[in-house]
Design a protein around this ligand. Structure first.
Ligand code: FRU
Length: 489
């Protein structure tokens, strides 16, 4: 049947065929969630970029749509965003339908080859049929590059109600620059934000306000993807929390934080105009890593998106953290439930009416009763390939080991070492949600405080799930494995 090739995720978005990277231009309108993505329709490796397109009513089941934007005389269509222009500030609509306006980077490969420094510029396209068909603006580019800095891309636009203007956040090499506009066509430089002395390449920024949970305060969050030295090697998504006065972003004192500790969540950005409850924000990431994205062993397509996640800002002055959870609608794919034993010593194979390669686990560990120093879950197949998720209770650490997850050879970096993340194990309980989908695991710990995403490629699907405890007992106050239905059936 359709979408049953080896390694094809069954409840994550993938293109029907060929190359995909970053999510782009997501917006919501009238119950429809649109998703665009960096797409090369002629090959399974990166090439002249288009915007692929899909739509969903529930953020779970996706319908593939025709390519929305294709390269033109100004170049390839790189990453960017889209906004619903409710007031028709752009004047692109001729009637009462609000135009959807997409901002993207035109990347001119000829200029790049020639060694110029202005081959990345910002352009617009618009839709007057609720996002289904697109026209490029005839005044492109709307923001040429006079910075002398070659990396000048990935415009993310929001409406700032406080200053009543559009704000564009742009990745400019090792920092972001902010621009303001009344109409999306005319842009004025506002300010920049970076970290003194840190020259890693920034990409795919996203700036937005968020109410702090259980509080009347709100803060601004600036997401930036980082091209090197991600939390477990290669590329990764980070964020800052701070304040934005309409012109300048001022980060709170403290560290740049990781949005996800796994190796495979890059270019995570958020939806425009989503009907989420005040204080929450909806986003999605590219479930791969530039270290090996073009080498992973899928035959007809490359890459999947993460599951859409709901962001929330928690904490108090001086220490705010984003937490992220899978969209609630995902639970609608759950099938039969298999309860786990409440006490596990050594190792137990989990038998039930579910496919171990495709499952949704919900656990609450009783850390007061648990005596095991390390416990975890392992998926494996008859070839002896496995992915192991271990919680080190003593050291407050989670470790995902995919070093034996499948045939090696496509990438050294992929198999180099287990991936670690700090995990608070000093509370009375630890809740864990794990989503396994053929070629990936996404882990949400401590109510979304820890996000961890890793991909893997076994030679045959994992057919066994084991739950285990070392040097003592693992006590679960809750534990359920749900079978997951495919979105493609
Ligand atoms: C991030 C990125 C963006 C760029 C796009 C090109 O993965 O490098 O900065 O716009 O991919 O496909």
């Amino acid at each position: 049947s359709r979408f049953s090739e080896p390694h094809r995720p069954q409840f994550h978005f993938t293109p029907e065929a060929n190359w995909m990277n970053d999510p782009n231009g997501m917006f919501h309108l009238n119950g429809e969630y649109h998703l665009f993505y960096q797409y090369y329709p002629d090959s399974t490796v990166w090439g002249p970029m288009h915007w692929g397109h899909a739509v969903s009513e529930d953020l779970v089941r996706w319908k593939h749509l025709p390519v929305a934007l294709a390269p033109d005389s100004l170049g390839y269509i790189f990453s960017g965003s889209a906004v619903v222009d409710h007031r028709n500030s752009s004047g692109f609509s001729q009637d009462s339908t609000p135009p959807i306006v997409a901002a993207f980077t035109h990347h001119d490969p000829v200029g790049e080859q020639a060694g110029t420094d202005d081959f990345q510029v910002q352009s617009l396209a618009y839709s007057v049929d609720k996002g289904y068909t697109w026209t490029k603006y005839d005044g492109n580019p709307v923001l040429p590059n006079d910075t002398g800095i070659r990396d000048f891309r990935d415009p993310k636009i929001i409406w700032n109600p406080q200053t009543e203007q559009w704000i564009m956040t742009l990745a400019v090499y090792d920092r972001v620059k902010f621009y303001g506009s009344p109409d999306l066509k005319n842009w004025q430089y506002l300010s920049e934000f970076g970290i003194e002395g840190d020259t890693r390449l920034w990409e795919c920024p996203d700036l937005f306000p968020m109410r702090v949970s259980d509080s009347r305060d709100y803060k601004w969050v600036l997401i930036v993807s980082i091209q090197q030295e991600g939390p477990n090697g290669g590329t990764g998504t980070s964020y800052f929390v701070g304040d934005f006065d309409g012109t300048n972003f001022l980060a709170d004192p403290g560290q740049q934080q990781w949005l996800d500790y796994g190796a495979d969540n890059y270019a995570f950005v958020t939806w425009d105009n989503a009907p989420a409850t005040w204080g929450r924000r909806l986003g999605i990431g590219w479930m791969s890593n530039w270290q090996y994205a073009q080498q992973v062993p899928t035959a007809t397509w490359r890459s999947a998106m993460t599951v859409p996640r709901v962001l929330e800002l928690q904490g108090e002055a001086g220490a705010y953290h984003l937490i992220a959870k899978p969209v609630p609608s995902l639970a609608g794919l759950r099938g039969e439930a298999t309860p786990l034993d409440s006490v596990i010593t050594q190792s137990k194979i989990v038998n039930g009416n579910f496919d171990p390669s495709m499952a949704d686990l919900d656990l609450v560990v009783d850390l007061q009763e648990t005596t095991a120093s390390v416990f975890g879950i392992t998926l494996s197949n008859a070839q002896g390939e496995q992915v192991e998720i271990a919680i080190d209770r003593i050291n407050g650490l989670m470790r995902v080991d995919r070093t034996q997850s499948g045939p090696k050879g496509f990438s050294e970096d992929f198999f180099k070492r287990p991936h670690d993340a700090p995990l608070n194990t000093s509370r009375a309980t630890l809740d864990l949600r794990l989503l396994f989908d053929v070629a990936s695991v996404e882990i949400f710990g401590n109510r979304g405080a820890l996000n961890f995403t890793d991909i893997y490629f076994p030679s045959s699907p994992y057919s066994q799930m084991e739950i285990w405890a070392r040097d003592g007992e693992l006590h679960l106050s809750e534990g359920m494995v749900y079978a997951m239905n495919s979105i493609w059936e």
